[in-house]
Design a protein around this ligand. Structure first.
Ligand SMILES: Nc1nc2c(ncn2[C@@H]2O[C@H](COP(=O)(O)OP(=O)(O)O)[C@@H](O)[C@H]2O)c(=O)[nH]1
Ligand SMILES: [Mg+2]
Length: 322
């Protein structure tokens, strides 16, 4: 486990990303060492949580929980604080770690990707296509972003890279019609998973939400259970704006899962704490780069370790149940 030349896995790389540079992560190991819980430490931790994009509400909740946990524990030293902090974050995030089950059904399993322009929808479709193909599933892509011609080309490039078919129509076509067409084709060809792209920008936000609602309705006519997943893609580097988007999209269309992208590009992890604190929506995947394999299913404990710069070789912490 400790061999030096082993390439770190996804969460190992995430830990490096989140904790490089000053103030970019919570990085609890390095600065907590040798200290104990006092007012000064509380202030510093609060500041670090806010800097990491946890937001005011989640930060308050975490600090309260932390104080209560430390009070119940035997000490106030760095290990007690770190154990309490880790356990508090685990408690917040564990309920959100629900992998997306691709159920065996007669029709295709339909994943509808939504989110603002540039959040990473099309790229995430490319990554998911690779992910499901590796699981031995057949995949089809639906070019529901008909707003820009380049969007379809980008999706087609991902289709070629993954060797999966893409159903597309001309620019300006009705996205609901494109996706319905893809669903029928997928059913005829016994495809397992359809990944449907959508536009993230129209003339205005109401128009976008209405269009997404229509896509959902039309998919439901094809199969009452479809779309099986409405996956909101959020750019983690937008900080608190990502939380605002999550609230807007989930109010307009029933978001069933969230994927966070760009954790390599300035995304500061704490935004997951803010979202987890406010919305009852599971996290599905994390994106950390532009290549097909720069993605992993969300895992709460590993994410907390990355956020706190904890090392799985460091076993000093009490493994108390949370
Ligand atoms: N660094 C980084 N770039 C990403 C990630 N996901 C997407 N991108 C890039 O962000 C830009 C917008 O992504 P795209 O998938 O086109 O967003 P869409 O408009 O929601 O479909 C593209 O240049 C992608 O290559 C990620 O996790 N990390
Ligand atoms: Mg796109």
């Amino acid at each position: 486990m400790t061999s030096g030349d082993k390439k770190p896995g996804f969460f190992g790389r995430l830990k490096q990303r989140l904790n490089k540079g000053r103030g970019s992560g919570i990085g609890a190991l390095t600065w907590l060492s040798g200290r104990k819980l006092d007012e000064e430490l509380e202030e510093e931790l609060e500041e670090r949580l806010l800097l990491a994009d946890a937001g005011v509400d989640a930060t308050e909740r975490i600090m309260e929980g932390l104080r209560a946990r430390v009070k119940r524990s035997s000490g106030r030293d760095a290990d007690a604080v770190l154990t309490a902090l880790r356990d508090e974050l685990r408690e917040l995030l564990r309920p959100k770690a629900q992998p997306l089950p691709v159920a065996d059904s007669d029709g295709p399993f339909v994943i509808l990707m939504i989110g603002v322009n540039g959040s990473g929808k099309t790229t995430t479709i490319g990554k998911l296509a690779n992910h499901y193909k590796q699981q031995g599933l057949s995949v089809m892509l639906a070019a529901g972003d008909t707003y820009r011609a380049a969007a379809t080309e980008q999706l087609q490039a991902w289709g070629e890279r993954n060797g999966v078919p893409v159903i597309a129509q001309q620019q300006g076509a009705d996205p609901a019609a494109v996706i319905f067409d893809a669903l029928e084709t997928a059913r005829a060809q016994k495809i397992d998973v359809v990944l449907a792209d959508t536009a993230g920008r129209l003339q205005n936000q109401e128009g976008l939400m209405r269009e997404l609602q229509k896509v959902v309705r039309v998919a439901g006519k094809f199969d009452a259970a479809a779309p099986h997943e409405i996956m909101l893609v959020l750019d983690s580097s937008l900080g608190q704006n990502a939380l605002v988007q999550a609230k807007q999209f989930s109010a307009a269309v029933g978001v069933t899962g969230i994927t966070l992208t760009k954790l390599d590009g300035g995304g500061r992890g704490g935004i997951l704490l803010a979202i987890a604190n406010e919305l009852e929506i599971p996290f599905r995947f994390l994106g950390m780069g532009e290549q097909a394999d720069d993605m992993a299913a969300f895992e709460a404990d590993k994410f907390v370790d990355a956020l706190l710069e904890l090392d799985d070789t460091r076993q000093g912490l009490n493994e108390q149940a949370t």
